[in-house]
Design a protein around this ligand. Structure first.
Ligand SMILES: Cc1cc2nc3c(=O)[nH]c(=O)nc-3n(C[C@H](O)[C@H](O)[C@H](O)COP(=O)(O)O)c2cc1C
Length: 188
């Protein structure tokens, strides 16, 4: 697939199904993620693969970590348990933030964000679907603990990856002038 087509035409796939991406595909995705720009080569990003039974296991931990878990309807409880089963593979993207005099925290988070974008684009290039999600699960302390996150880790999001199982929207045609302007160097 043409690289520029991938960059300009990629869309997120909200509904995904199996089979799981192959080992070779997953390796390609992760190598793409690790090519994200990274100030001072701090290598701040970590990627955790969650698949198979572990998806529901982590969903259960998420549910049990919710303060109001017991007051939720059985249907809502099941929905929380099954959040990660919406794709055969979920990649948790984490920034392990380090203290650095030239590279502030935000730049380290942005590096992981760029890694996530590479995951999305590489998925599209491989003919897979993917979507970046956060939601309550990404900020759940129970989930952070279960994933073994350290106090300086930030869970930037979950990237759901699988086979597309829905009609994809077309990439929107945005008007460049709404977002882009030329700086003339002259006062307004
Ligand atoms: C940091 C971040 C978090 C997001 N979290 C969610 C989410 O929790 N649930 C969701 O449906 N979409 C979420 N999105 C939006 C989707 O990933 C996607 O960008 C959106 O559906 C637009 O689709 P597109 O990528 O095809 O333009 C998030 C996007 C970003 C950048």
């Amino acid at each position: 697939m043409n690289a520029l087509d991938v960059l300009t035409q990629r869309v997120s796939a909200p509904q995904l199904t199996g089979p799981e991406p192959t080992a070779a595909q997953i390796e390609t995705l992760l190598r793409a993620a690790l090519r994200a720009p990274d100030h001072a080569w701090l290598r701040p990003s970590r990627y955790l693969l969650i698949r198979g039974e572990q998806r529901r296991q982590l969903g259960e931990i998420f549910l049990q970590g919710m303060e109001d878990a017991h007051s939720l309807s059985a249907e809502k409880q099941e929905k929380s348990r099954n959040l990660l089963t919406r794709a055969p593979l979920v990649i948790a993207a984490v920034t392990r933030v380090v203290e650095h005099d030239k590279v502030p925290r935000d730049e380290q988070l942005l590096s992981t964000g760029a890694g996530v974008q590479n995951l999305l684009n590489a998925s599209w290039a491989l003919g897979l679907g993917a979507i970046w999600r956060t939601g309550a699960m990404a900020s759940s302390q129970a989930v952070h603990q279960a994933l073994g996150l350290q106090p300086n880790d930030v869970l930037v999001g979950f990237v759901y990856v699988g086979q597309v199982n829905c009609r994809l929207k077309q990439a929107p045609e945005l008007e460049l002038s709404d977002y882009v302007s030329e700086w003339t160097g002259k006062p307004e």
